[in-house]
Ligand binder design. Structure first.
Ligand SMILES: Cc1cc2nc3c(=O)[nH]c(=O)nc-3n(C[C@H](O)[C@H](O)[C@H](O)COP(=O)(O)O)c2cc1C
Length: 296
């Protein structure tokens, strides 16, 4: 069993050298009960400056591990990159595991092997890694916005992450009249009442270099408690395997509800986080604080 926390892809890459399907720490943190049993349990985490990300510390504090072999791979992302592995023995003390992350320097045959296998990838990424650990060039913010509210949030997220923006544009754009849901003949109301009309054609669902993005924010307004359906075609047409997908939305009053979960089901791939709802006129500070809390 291997857990990973990744900002730039290095930790995921290394975790995958050890196990085919490592477990994302941000995703597992959504569970109420964090207790794990396995013959061996490993944690692959980046170290920015002298710190592991705060979510990793929290995970190590909260989780209980039952294992004969517990180890932490700390991936130092700086001018030089090194990797160390700490074998902490049976029923590890989580607090000390967190504190020890940078101190452990015991090189084992296994850690050397992981370094060799990961070497070329991690060095390339390390050069691209900004000091704050944001995944520059690796975060994509995809959004649909009918009247500009979700677009504003998408812009704040792109600013906070250094990510790239991709706007979903219906081939047949919605006019004010189309959006007038109190009018029973309006386009949105007809689409709402007849699900078969919700397959909205987009100008493009193809993002250049999509494979290189690791974190995908997907934004939409809430329409009748679910994601506005112009996002659907993008979700259906792309493969999110290996990517962290973070839904976000704006609404007058509704919560995010099941909107993200429904998109996750539609996609069938990707590690989907719970996501966040913002009010129609969201503040940049609120958005930036939320992005920060994700620890990407
Ligand atoms: C067709 C339609 C349905 C809506 N349904 C809801 C809803 O169920 N709950 C809610 O709180 N707001 C609802 N709203 C309000 C929008 O979610 C809100 O204004 C949002 O910020 C618009 O984002 P945008 O400017 O990016 O399009 C609806 C708006 C429209 C046009």
């Amino acid at each position: 069993m291997v857990f990973y926390f990744t900002g730039t892809g290095n930790s995921l890459y290394i975790a995958k050298q050890i196990e085919e399907n490592p477990i994302s720490i941000p995703q597992v943190m959504r569970q109420d009960h964090l207790e794990f049993t396995a013959d061996s349990i490993g944690i692959a985490v980046p170290v920015y400056g002298h710190e592991v990300p705060s979510m990793v510390k929290e995970f190590l504090k909260k989780a209980v591990f039952h294992t004969d072999y517990f180890y932490i791979l700390s991936i130092l992302l700086a001018v030089t990159m090194s990797l160390s592995m700490a074998a902490c023995g049976q029923n590890s003390d989580n607090e000390s595991a967190a504190a020890d992350t940078q101190e452990q320097s015991t090189s084992t045959a296994q850690s050397d092997q992981a370094t060799d296998e990961a070497g070329s990838n991690t060095e390339t990424n390390a050069e691209d890694t900004p000091e704050n650990g944001a995944a520059e060039g690796k975060t994509l913010v995809v959004y649909y916005s009918a009247t500009g509210n979700t677009e504003a949030v998408a812009n704040y997220i792109a600013d906070a992450t250094g990510g790239d923006l991709f706007e979903l544009q219906p081939a047949d754009p919605y006019t004010d009249e189309d959006l007038s849901y109190s009018n029973e003949n309006s386009r949105v109301l007809q689409e709402y009442e007849d699900e078969s009309l919700r397959d909205v054609e987009l100008i493009s669902t193809t993002v250049e270099g999509f494979d290189e993005y690791e974190n995908i924010f997907v934004g939409y307004p809430i329409w009748w408690q679910i994601a506005a359906w112009p996002v659907n075609q993008f979700i259906e047409n792309n493969d999110f395997t290996g990517k962290t997908v973070i839904p976000f939305c704006t609404s007058a009053s509704s919560e995010i509800g099941d909107s993200g979960k429904l998109l996750e089901e539609m996609a069938g791939t990707g590690n989907w986080l719970e996501g966040e709802r913002f009010r129609s006129i969201a503040s940049e500070e609120d958005v930036a604080a939320w992005v920060d809390s994700l620890g990407l």
